[in-house]
Design a protein around this ligand. Structure first.
Ligand SMILES: *Cc1c(COP(=O)(O)O)cnc(C)c1O
Length: 341
């Protein structure tokens, strides 16, 4: 298969149309067989449930080329099960998990020419999503849904290495107790846009959200979970029912414990103790880990000893080990890497 002639090294993170996408429709209480199609556009009624009441959930994952030339995805079964949880919370019919994993493979195979070559740092980003598509004007769940997956090549998240970022404690809340913070729903992102635009206008890269009930505990950013490293090399991540369970963060905690022999803790993390940590990072599919160098809380600065030039040493080991597993240099735990071709 011949690769597309794209500038893999200098690609950004924006949508590039690829050849095929997967579509399945839910109607009369069941999902149809689904198929790969060519048309990237969706025609729907003006009153579609998704347009009026934001009934939509999504996932995000990557396919990439390993050193030995295979195209693989990372733990797609976890994306499939997380999307089931998201769908149920918004009263949508779950898309079967085995069909989800199979449809991801179909989309990657059909767009293999867009999977960036090994070593370019670029990847094929995969976006599964579903939404209510029939007209809904009285407030209730839609009766008909569409599940889709498209793929788009994206560049390396950090060009020229991962530089630590500066984040601020947000005055806005991300998730209410017993709300929807734990699911991957468009609605959580819609309401975070004002907060992130405000943070950027104030010169910060990201927001740190605190728990909205007490504003004393660390939750997450708009799209990534936190890990912290203590001065005696324990890896700590916030436990909360209102953060999105990041697959990257769960994988990093496993790697910390089982590959690096570090102590790990998932527990309440009070903002007051953040100043005592040695390292901080943000975990998500896009960047794997973004190091955080500084956190600003209304003018008060917390500067981590790891500084603003490079990742802290433990964060770097976690990053190297997890990306080594993903790229096939380090043996993966059973079931983590799904070879597509
Ligand atoms: C997607 C997402 C993450 C990261 O999850 P991964 O599975 O690691 O990509 C973290 N927080 C939020 C709010 C998210 O939507």
């Amino acid at each position: 298969m011949e690769k597309k002639n794209l500038d893999w090294e200098n690609m950004g993170f924006s949508y590039i149309q690829t050849d095929k996408r997967y579509v399945a429709n839910y109607k009369d209480g069941k999902w149809d067989d689904g198929a790969l199609i060519d048309d990237p556009n969706i025609v729907m009624n003006e009153c579609a449930g998704v347009l009026q009441y934001a009934q939509t959930v999504f996932e995000g994952m990557k396919a990439y080329t390993t050193e030995d030339g295979h195209i693989v995805t990372f733990r797609p079964d976890l994306n499939a099960s997380r999307m089931v949880d998201s769908a149920k919370r918004l009263e949508m019919p779950p898309f079967p998990e085995d069909r989800f994993v199979d449809a991801v493979a179909q989309v990657v195979k059909a767009n293999a020419a867009y999977v960036p070559p090994y070593g370019s740092g670029a990847t094929l980003y995969i976006r599964p999503y579903m939404f209510g598509i029939n007209p809904v004007i009285g407030v209730k769940p839609a009766d008909e849904y569409q599940f889709r997956i498209f793929a788009t090549p994206v560049g390396p998240y950090f060009k020229g290495g991962a530089k630590p970022i500066t984040i601020c404690v947000s005055d806005f809340d991300r998730a209410a107790p017993h709300g929807t913070g734990h699911i991957k729903a468009g609605l959580n992102y819609a309401m975070s846009l004002h907060a992130i635009v405000t943070a950027h206008a104030n010169g910060f890269d990201e927001n740190m959200y605190l728990d909205s009930a007490t504003r004393t505990k660390v939750e997450e950013t708009g799209g990534a979970n936190f890990i912290f490293v203590t001065k005696d090399n324990k890896v700590v991540t916030p436990h909360s029912n209102t953060i999105l369970p990041s697959i990257t963060r769960r994988s990093i905690m496993y790697v910390a414990e089982h590959y690096l022999g570090l102590e790990v803790e998932e527990r309440d993390v009070y903002f007051d103790e953040v100043k005592d940590f040695a390292e901080c990072g943000l975990c998500g599919t896009a960047a794997v880990i973004s190091p955080v160098g500084k956190i600003v809380n209304h003018g008060e600065e917390i500067c981590f000893p790891s500084g603003m030039e490079k990742m802290g040493p433990v964060t770097q080991k976690l990053y190297d080990t997890l990306t080594g597993i993903q790229m096939g240099h380090i043996e993966a735990p059973e079931g983590w890497i799904k070879v597509i071709e």
